[in-house]
Design a protein around this ligand. Structure first.
Ligand code: SME
Length: 156
């Protein structure tokens, strides 16, 4: 049985903004976001950041859920596609995404968003996985993008 969306994005945003107010440390901000998003909706069974650590390279940052792979080049996976294109990747069926990296065999759908800092530089991608197919809707993409923008582009 598929779990219905139960997330309240206004409450999630208010909670994250209150917890991160005036914080500028990126790791602290990421750790708070992965925790709050992970616990906000039963559809999500993995949340994490992959940070830009060098040319065309992502490395794992704060996450919640089972272990994630440590490094992802921009050329690979859904995360690499989000970093390479700097566009959100909403994947309804990971088996249909060429080059999907399966850190967990239970993942069925995925949402990955690019994360920029206040200077407009790509600093990371934010990855949310679900063990349900078609788990994500456009609202998830727009609301989470809004939170990421407000935290990483205005806390500084
Ligand atoms: N599925 C991602 C890799 C990260 S694991 O899901 C945590 C991808 O294809 O880039």
């Amino acid at each position: 049985m598929l779990t219905q969306k139960k997330i309240n994005y206004d409450l999630l945003a208010k909670t994250i903004f209150a917890l991160t107010e005036a914080e500028t440390d990126e790791v602290s901000l990421m750790a708070t976001i992965v925790c709050e998003v992970y616990h906000s909706d039963d559809r999500f069974n993995w949340t994490g950041f992959y940070r830009v650590t060098g040319p065309e390279m992502l490395k794992i940052g704060p996450y919640q859920g089972a272990h994630g792979c440590l490094q992802i080049p921009f050329s690979r996976g859904v995360c690499g596609a989000a970093a390479r294109t700097q566009r959100t990747q909403l994947v309804n069926d990971v088996d249909a995404f060429k080059g999907h990296i399966a850190c967990s065999s239970s993942t069925r759908s995925e949402l990955v968003l690019p994360v920029w800092n206040a200077c407009g530089e790509l600093i990371a991608v934010f990855d949310i996985d679900s063990d349900q197919p078609h788990a994500f809707i456009e609202e998830d993409s727009t609301e989470i993008a809004r939170i990421l923008k407000d935290v990483f582009m205005s806390n500084f």
